[in-house]
Design a protein around this ligand. Sequence first.
Ligand code: MRU
Length: 367
Amino acid sequence: VRPWEPSPPLSGASYSAVELSGDATRVFMLDQRLLPAEERYLVLDDAALVADAIRDMVVRGAPAIGIAAAYGMALAAGAARALSPADFRGAMEVAGARLVATRPTAVNLAWAVGRCLEVVGTSADHAGDERALAIARLARQIHSDDVAACKTMGRIGAELLAGVGAVLTHCNAGALATGGYGTALGVIRAAAARDRSLRIYAGETRPYLQGARLTAWELARDGLDVTVVTDGMTAHCMQGGRIQAVVVGADRIARSGDVANKIGTYAIACLARQHRIPFYVAAPWSTVDLATPSGSAICIEERAPIELTHFGDRRIIPEGVNVYNPAFDVTPAELITAIITERGAFAPHDVAQGAKAAAGGGARHDA
Ligand code: MRU
C-alpha cells in the first residue's frame, strides 16, 4: 500500500521517491536500499529523520535529495510554527544545516535548502501557521518544477537521440532520482516513446549498484528494452558497436562545463571519446552551479568502506586491506558533447548562457 493514497504521487506516476502528506506533517520515502526486492515506503515526521534518510541512501539522486530536503524543511517549519520569529528562524537554520551536511557533492541539496531559508527570511514575521504553509508550498513547487524540467529535458534530448539504436546510461538518473520521470532516463524514456526499438544498456554502477538495482527496475517496469552490463564491460560493448550514444545525469555542473556525476562516469566519457560516441549529460538548472568555476573545486563525497568491503552481508575484501570509496568523479567539459537542461541543450563551455534564458523561478545562480 502506498501510504499517501488515495491521492497519486505529485508526478502522476505509480511510485515516487519522495512525497509530502497533504497536511505537511509526514514525508513518505520509497526505501531505495530495498529495491528491487521490496517496494516499501518509510513515513518520517521529523526533519532530522529526513536528514538521516538522505545520508543513509533511502533516497538518493541529486534532484530527489533536493526535494527531500525541502520537504524536511517543511516538517521543521511545522514543528517550529509556535516559536517567536527569531526562534523560528533559528530552528530553520539548524534544520537546514543538518540537511545540507548529509551529502556534499549534489548542489541541489544546498540549493533547495537555500530557497527555503529565503522564504523563512521573508515570512518569519507572519503568523506561525502561515510561515509553515509557505515552506510547504515552496517545497511542493520545487518538486513539481523538477517534474516539469525532466519532461522538457526529455523532449529536447529525444531529438538528439533520433536514429540511435542503443544508448548507455550510468547509475540511476530516473524517476527514483528526481521528482519523477528522470533526467537521463527522462531523455531515454522520451526517445523510446518515439522509437520503441531503442535498446538501453544500464551500467551496474559499482559499488552501490544503482544501475543494476534501480535503473533496471524502473525501465523494466515501463516495459523498455534494458540490458545490464558490469562497468568493466563498457569498453567491449563500445568496441563491438553495441552502443551509439551515452546519456548520464549530474550532481553538480561547474561554470566551465565540467560535470560531477556517479563514480565511473569519467571512464565512460573517455571510452565514448575513444569510440567517437556522443556523450550527453542531462540535468535540471538546479544542478548547475555557476559559483563553482571548474570541476577541481567540487567536493567529492567519500563513502564508508563497507560499501566496497561487503557484498550484502558477505565480506569480499580481506580484513585489514585498505579501500578507497569516492562516490563521484568529474568529467571534463571537453569530453561532453552537450549538456541538456530544461533551458536548452548547450555545448558544455557555454552552459552559463542558460543563466540568461528565461525559465521561471529557481535558478539560484543566474548571472
Ligand atoms: O550516490 P547517488 O545514488 O545519489 O548518485 C546519483 C548520481 O550520481 C546521479 O547520476 C545524479 O545524482 C543524477 S540523478 C538525476
